[in-house]
Design a protein around this ligand. Structure first.
Ligand code: CMP
Length: 139
């Protein structure tokens, strides 16, 4: 499998609860190379644009409110089979269904406040990474 990239955010709940370091350790231990990383806060417009695909879902307003309420850590990660391996590392969207040892099982509190984001395809990883980082910020 070729080396490729995924995009992640450590979400406001995990930042508020002091889990940045522990989550980065899990990411490092799983063999991902950090291509880009920053602490930032999404505006309402950022979140509405980033999550536009969910705009018709009943939880959209709640999602935008949550994702804009505090800082996030956004990052581009590189590894063989990055998208699939990262989704395995973070676990199911709903932490109640996430496997033991996954980041969401360890650090998430609910389906809405689920600690981390992971891209669901190579195509979305490229779109999401470019939304958060310029070419100059990628190493
Ligand atoms: P993620 O998969 O990173 O991106 C979409 C987000 O929408 C998802 O994480 C959850 O945080 C949120 N989400 C998905 N389903 C629900 C739901 N049923 N209720 C509230 N939030 C949800």
């Amino acid at each position: 499998m070729a080396t490729n990239r995924t995009f992640t955010m450590i979400k406001p709940d995990a930042v508020e609860n002091g889990h940045i370091g522990a989550i980065l350790e899990k990411i490092n231990a799983a063999g991902f190379r950090i291509v880009a990383m920053k602490l930032t806060q999404m505006t309402k417009r950022d979140a509405e644009t980033f999550y536009a695909i969910h705009s018709e879902r009943p939880f959209f307003g709640e999602l935008v409110e949550f994702m804009t309420r505090g800082p996030i850590v956004s990052a581009i990660l590189e590894k063989e089979n990055a998208v699939e391996d990262f989704r395995a590392l973070i676990g199911a969207t709903n932490p109640a269904e996430a496997a033991e040892g996954t980041i969401r099982k360890l650090f998430a509190t609910s389906i809405g406040e689920n600690a981390v984001h992971g891209s669901d395809s190579d195509e979305n990883a490229a779109i999401e990474g470019a939304f958060h980082f310029s070419g100059r910020e990628q190493f």
